[in-house]
Design a protein around this ligand. Sequence first.
Ligand code: SAM
Length: 212
Amino acid sequence: MRLRNVPGSREAIAESEYTINEPELNKGKWKEIFGNDNPIRIEIGMGKGKFITTLAQQNPDINYIGIEKFSSVLIRAIEKMEELELTNLKFIRMDAEKIEDTFNKEEIDKIYLNFSDPWPKDRHAKRRLTSKEFFKRYDNILKKDGVVEFKTDNNDLFDFSLEQIPEAGWNIVEYTRDLHNNEKMNEGNIMTEYEERFSKMGNNINKLIANR
Ligand code: SAM
């Protein structure tokens, strides 16, 4: 992703009512943040937030948390929220490596990973959000029947993920290498910013769903 430094974005994010600063202080208490017992779903690496914002608008009885490490893109999602004022969506600016410090065992219902950074060099494989190292982290925050959904146009990253996820002790429930032409898996699909861009270029979109 080409990232521009957006002056003042860090400060604006910290001051927004939609951002949770010091998220680790809420570990085990996320229901209190939302003020209800509704399920909590997260998107890791949400970018400008089109996907998770649309989901939150469509499903007011589900709570959503968007996680993004760069202020310069997160600020765009926050600006959108200032207009929409949804009560079931919050944002966290952090690196997902800290996810087990932020959520308790079984606190999360579903994890979305969309067009995650490929980290093409072998020595960076552990940084990929679908590496077995990350799936072990997801083990510690997801409900027993929780699922991970992953979409990407990067075929190498998808192949890597199909190998790594079972190595972490998870099952691939379903997958496709051509989401937009798979009637069943594409039903209700919400396109992300990257998905729109890459499918317009003619790239195939891969999707998998994993559980334990
Ligand atoms: N999900 C969006 C989409 O599909 O349009 C954005 C995709 S973009 C290629 C990947 C995003 O994930 C970037 O905004 C990047 O900063 C974020 N990201 C990558 N690794 C992350 C991590 N470890 N923790 C939090 N965010 C991360």
